[in-house]
Design a protein around this ligand. Structure first.
Ligand SMILES: Nc1ncnc2c1ncn2[C@@H]1O[C@H](COP(=O)(O)OP(=O)(O)O)[C@@H](O)[C@H]1O
Ligand SMILES: [Mg+2]
Length: 293
């Protein structure tokens, strides 16, 4: 007499939420700042679509960014992170064939409304790119002061005032002590990490309220990366920071909230601890546990 085959495997027990993702990425998550999530909404994105010609790079994205909060945007290469970021300060439209639909409000004002000057937008919503972009022919001081040159004469501060703003911006970017004795030397002599902090200082000199960082440490060594991460963490006391990174550990270390993108879609936006421990969407869980990407 043979034992009958079981008809079906027993149904698996429902799994309690487990911090598998955190184990997978091997890092701890910073506690969100006590005031995270309580600030005013400063940038409000609703139904945003971005295109390159027929290529639909960002699909129906809605997300609000609050004052003094760091949001990380993660997701596999090509999912639309940079494109979303570049829509936030009207950089996307600098690409021929690029197009944007939907609405972005900055302090309640339509960022794409008639009469809005994209140059002014980029002063208020500054951006730092993956590779440091110092002006190679300018010295350190003039690199930081570059934004003032672009101002019409009547809005340009006096020389002493510019010097003071340069110092403040360099202090804000944690670079002052390293360069204060060589402000008149070329920026090109700085290390990659210093150049990146110089670019952050250049953005800070415009007294922005939002800083966009697109993979700011992708070209840097670990020590320089750590300095930038500490800086990002400190900047959130004064600014709204939105940082694109393909590095999940970095997102976990520096951000209050994390947004996960996939194929142009904003799949999930959650407090960083939640996104990496108990994500709401199975696609997020698959990504943060390293099953693809
Ligand atoms: N200048 C461009 N012209 C045409 N297509 C582009 C351009 N930049 C990006 N794309 C396309 O848009 C999609 C999103 O790109 P991107 O926002 O750069 O992704 P990510 O930053 O997540 O790697 C990709 O399919 C990419 O190939
Ligand atoms: Mg990118």
């Amino acid at each position: 007499m043979t034992t009958p085959e079981p008809l079906a495997a027993p149904a698996p027990l429902p799994r309690p939420p487990e911090p598998a993702a955190l184990k997978a990425i091997g890092t701890t998550v910073r506690q969100p700042a006590a005031n995270a999530g309580t600030g005013e909404v400063i940038l409000d994105v609703t139904g945003l679509n971005a295109y390159f010609g027929a290529q639909h790079a960002v699909r129906q994205a809605s997300i609000a960014f609050r004052e003094r909060e760091v949001t990380a945007i993660i997701g596999p290469s090509g999912c639309g992170k940079s494109t979303l970021l570049r829509c936030l300060n009207r950089m996307h439209e600098t690409v021929p064939t690029a197009r944007v639909t939907g609405r972005i409000e900055f302090h309640g004002q339509d960022l794409y409304g008639p009469g809005v000057n994209p140059i002014e937008v980029r002063r208020h919503i500054g951006m730092v790119f993956q590779r440091p972009t110092p002006f190679p022919t300018l010295n350190i001081r003039d690199n930081v002061a570059a934004g003032f040159r672009a101002l019409p004469r009547h809005r340009r501060p006096a020389r002493d005032e510019i010097d003071a703003r340069v110092e403040e911006a360099l202090r804000g970017a944690a670079l002052w002590d390293e360069v204060k004795d060589r402000l008149k030397t070329g920026a090109i002599a700085l290390s990659g990490g210093q150049q990146q902090r110089l670019c952050i200082a250049r953005a800070l000199a415009n007294e922005p309220s939002v800083i966009l960082l697109d993979e700011p440490t992708a070209s840097l060594d670990p020590l320089s990366t750590q300095k930038i991460e500490e800086l990002v963490y400190a900047l959130r006391q004064r600014f709204t920071v939105i940082i694109v990174t393909h590095n999940m550990q970095q997102a976990a270390r520096v951000s209050d909230r994390t947004a996960f993108m996939l194929n142009g879609e904003l799949v999930e936006v959650s407090p960083t601890g939640k996104l990496f421990t108990t994500p709401s969407d199975p696609r997020t869980e698959a990504y943060v546990t390293g099953r693809f990407g």
